[in-house]
Write a protein that binds this ligand. Structure first.
Ligand code: GLY
Ligand code: MN
Length: 409
């Protein structure tokens, strides 16, 4: 019984303390208008549906969120050349008891709260869709999603084309409001890194440092992490997406901390590699400086017109100059790409075409040498500007001496 009341109480709190989204409603409308300019058919996107048990948070589909800003479950958006409608489920008093008030198409303020000129009950979707596709050859949706499979049954004689590429084209270039949202997430993430660094010492478990990271981002009002936080010490530093975070670290090792908050639905992505105990060994510092040099080489190359796919080669070419005792060149220890877009997703929507001002990407070279139990990755989230980059996470120390100084405080 207590559990049920706790859920009820949480639902009420959530509805009473709605925090304003950093993205204004009219921006979602502008995104849909932009999409419509090149739309050669009908777009149908299905928002998330609630599972059997509402206590489990289900994230909104990212393309749906990008175009609508709508976070209530069970909605569908239909966009044609000349119109757009948000379809929402009927009011469900039982669900509202648990989850707080939700919109219904018959509400007097339905247009105002959704930002759509047309809001309709969900059963109107089928006839509206039939009418729309009667005059349009192509139907765009997300063919992989379970909801779109229902669509395929309904429209058995039509091919459903993927909507992702045309939405990715819009998502790649961030608006000023999105850049501010990512900047905020990045600032919180840097605070969380600094707090976690204070926990680093021999005998401390990876999860204890991770707990401090999480506490900090929650304290600063963010909902959670952009991705599973990686706190990999010693041998775990060489495992790219290690996330068990259950080993006790020892002084003299390095720890790779690859972690970021998610605030207001926007991600960031930051990695630092730190010496447990406060000082890099000579070998750790040597390897660290190779990675830092590679990162600087890539950062110097990022500007509008450059292909994101060309950046990994720049890092590899830089690392190729340096050799191990057995003659292995350092680029052999870099097994991953060094750059991806960041936005609503940490690995954000991506498509063809060169970088443009307003895009936000990571620069994240690394080298991983399991036989030495040393992995090093340095990752910053950066904004592409008219003539180069702004390091959004640049205030977090990267130079080895600055890292050691920060750990000594
Ligand atoms: N920071 C995790 C990744 O980009 O894969
Ligand atoms: Mn990354």
């Amino acid at each position: 019984m207590r559990g049920i009341w706790a859920v009820f109480f949480l639902g009420v709190c959530a509805s009473l303390h709605v925090v304003a989204s950093p993205i204004p409603k009219q921006e979602y409308r502008a995104r849909r208008d932009e999409l419509r300019k090149n739309l050669d058919g009908t777009l149908v996107l299905f928002g998330y549906t609630e599972g059997r048990d509402q206590v489990y948070r289900v994230p909104q589909d990212r393309d749906f969120l990008y175009l609508t800003g709508w976070t209530e479950p069970g909605a569908v958006v239909l966009i044609t050349h000349d119109g757009e409608t948000l379809f929402v489920p009927h009011r469900n008093a039982h669900a509202e008891t648990f989850m707080g008030k939700r919109a219904d198409a018959s509400d007097a303020d339905a247009r105002e709260v959704t930002g759509f000129q047309q809001v309709a009950p969900i059963e109107k979707l089928e006839p509206a869709l039939m009418e729309a596709i009667g005059t349009a050859e192509k139907v765009y949706s997300e063919p992989e999603s379970p909801a779109a499979q229902k669509l395929e049954k309904l429209l058995a004689l039509r091919k459903i084309s993927a909507s992702a590429p045309m939405i990715a084209k819009l998502r790649m270039k961030k608006s000023p409001a999105e850049i501010e949202a990512i900047r905020h997430t990045t600032n919180v993430s840097m605070d969380a890194h600094r707090a976690a660094w204070k926990r680093l010492a021999g005998g401390v478990s990876e999860y204890q440092a991770a707990a401090t990271f999480t506490a900090t981002l929650l304290e600063e009002g963010c909902a959670g992490h952009s991705y599973s936080p990686i706190f990999g010490s010693g041998p775990n530093s060489t495992v790219l997406h290690y996330s068990a975070n259950n080993r006790r670290m020892d002084a003299g090792e390095v720890i790779v901390i690859d972690a970021a908050a998610e605030c207001d639905e926007y991600a960031s992505d930051i990695t630092r590699t730190l010496p447990v105990g406060g000082k890099f060994t000579a070998r750790q510092r040597e390897l660290y400086n190779y990675v830092l040099g590679a990162q600087k080489a890539v950062l110097a190359a990022v500007k509008p017109g450059v292909e994101i796919s060309s950046l990994t080669k720049i890092a590899k070419d830089y690392l190729h100059q340096f050799k191990d005792a057995d003659g292995t060149t350092m680029d052999k220890y870099l097994p991953h790409g060094v750059s991806h877009h960041v936005g609503l997703d940490v690995h954000d929507a991506t498509g063809p075409g060169p970088l443009q001002a307003g895009m936000v990407i990571t620069v994240e070279p690394g080298i991983y040498i399991p036989k030495e139990n040393i992995g090093i990755r340095i990752e910053d989230t950066v904004l592409v500007t008219d003539n180069g980059v702004e390091l959004l996470s640049g205030a977090l120390p990267r130079e080895p001496e600055e890292v050691e100084k920060a750990l000594a405080r």
